[in-house]
Design a protein around this ligand. Structure first.
Ligand SMILES: Nc1ncnc2c1ncn2[C@@H]1O[C@H](COP(=O)(O)OP(=O)(O)O)[C@@H](O)[C@H]1O
Ligand SMILES: [Mg+2]
Length: 270
C-alpha cells in the first residue's frame, strides 16, 4: 500500500511519518517556544513541566533539544515509560553512570544521589532527567523526584528535570502534598495547537519533504483537516494520510475538500 501511494503521488518518501530528524521538523510557534524554554530550563539546571494534549508535539520538542545538547557537558536520562518503580528510577540513574545498582534499596538511593553529585562536582556535567508521560506518575515517584532535585543543602541542583505529560499533570503537581516540588518548578509551559495557517504550512512542509513542491492539498482541504484535528500535529498526520489514501482510491491526484471530508469521516468515525 505504501509503495502504491508513493508511486501514485510521486513521493520520494512517505509524508506525515513519525521519524523526522530534528533538522526536518516544522517550526511552528508552539514547537519553537517549547524548544527555547526547555533549552533555558536545562541551562538553569531547573525543573520544568511541559504539558499539552495528546499529539501536541511535546516529545518531538524535547527530543529536539536533547539532540542538540553538547554531549561533553550533559548526560541525558530519558524515561519514556512512567510505569517505573521508585527503585527503578534510582536504578536507571545508577546504571546510566556505569555503576551496578545495589540490591539494597536504601543503598541504591544513596548511590544515585552520589552519582548525580559526582557528575556535577567532579566532571562538571549536567544530568538531564526526562520523564515522559509524566501525568501517569504516582505520588511516590514525584516525591522521589523532589528528593533527587533537592539533595544538597546548597541551592544548586545536580540535575535538570523535565516532566512531560498531558494537561492533568498540572493539576497533580498542584496537590498540597507536592507544594514543595511545585514551588521549585522554574518552567511551566503548555503547548498550544497550531493555528489554521500553521496547519496549512505544516501540511505543505511534510509534502515538500516527500519530494513534491507543488500543491497537493487544496486550501479547503487543509482548512477542514485543521478544524477536525484542532491543529494538533499527530491528528493532522492521521487525517492527511487517510486523505491521501481516499484520493488514491478515487483515482484523484489532488486532495480536495470532498476527499478530506471522507477522510475525516473515516478517521473520526462520525
Ligand atoms: N514540529 C514538528 N514537525 C513535524 N512533525 C511534528 C512536529 N511536532 C510533532 N510532529 C508530529 O506529531 C507527532 C506527535 O508528536 P509528539 O511529540 O509525539 O506528541 P506528544 O508527545 O505531545 O503526544 C510526531 O510523531 C510527529 O509526527
Ligand atoms: Mg509524547
Amino acid at each position: 500500500m505504501i509503495e502504491k501511494l508513493q508511486s501514485h503521488y510521486g513521493f520520494t518518501r512517505m509524508p506525515f511519518g513519525r521519524d523526522l530528524a530534528p533538522g526536518m521538523l516544522h517550526r511552528h510557534a508552539a514547537h519553537n517556544e517549547a524548544v527555547a524554554r526547555i533549552t533555558w530550563c536545562i541551562a538553569e539546571r531547573a525543573i520544568g513541566v511541559i504539558t499539552g494534549e495528546v499529539g501536541a508535539g511535546k516529545t518531538v520538542s524535547v527530543r529536539t533539544v536533547l539532540a542538540g545538547l553538547d554531549a561533553t557537558r550533559h548526560t541525558v536520562i530519558y524515561l519514556p515509560n512512567p510505569m517505573i518503580s521508585v527503585r527503578g528510577l534510582h536504578e536507571a540513574i545508577v546504571t546510566t553512570f556505569g555503576q551496578a545498582p545495589s540490591l539494597i534499596t536504601s543503598r541504591v538511593i544513596a548511590q544515585a544521589s552520589a552519582a548525580l553529585a559526582a557528575e556535577r562536582d567532579e566532571r562538571g556535567r549536567t544530568t538531564v532527567l526526562v520523564l515522559d508521560e509524566a501525568h501517569l506518575l504516582r505520588y511516590e515517584q514525584l516525591e522521589t523526584i523532589r528528593m533527587l532535585t533537592n539533595q544538597s543543602m546548597d541551592a544548586d541542583s545536580p540535575l535538570s528535570c523535565l516532566l512531560v505529560g498531558q494537561p492533568t499533570l498540572r493539576r497533580t503537581m498542584k496537590l498540597a502534598v507536592l507544594a514543595a516540588l511545585e514551588q521549585r518548578v522554574a518552567l511551566r509551559y503548555t503547548m498550544p495547537p497550531m493555528t489554521a495557517a500553521e496547519t496549512a504550512s505544516y501540511i505543505s512542509h511534510h509534502v515538500k519533504l516527500a519530494g513534491r513542491a507543488d500543491t497537493l492539498f487544496t486550501d479547503d482541504a487543509a482548512a477542514l483537516i485543521h478544524a477536525s484535528s484542532r491543529g494538533y500535529p499527530r491528528a493532522v498526520n492521521n487525517l492527511a494520510i487517510a486523505a491521501l489514501v481516499a484520493a488514491y482510491a478515487a483515482g484523484q491526484s489532488l486532495i480536495d475538500e470532498k476527499t478530506a471530508r471522507a477522510a475525516v469521516a473515516e478517521v473520526t468515525d462520525d
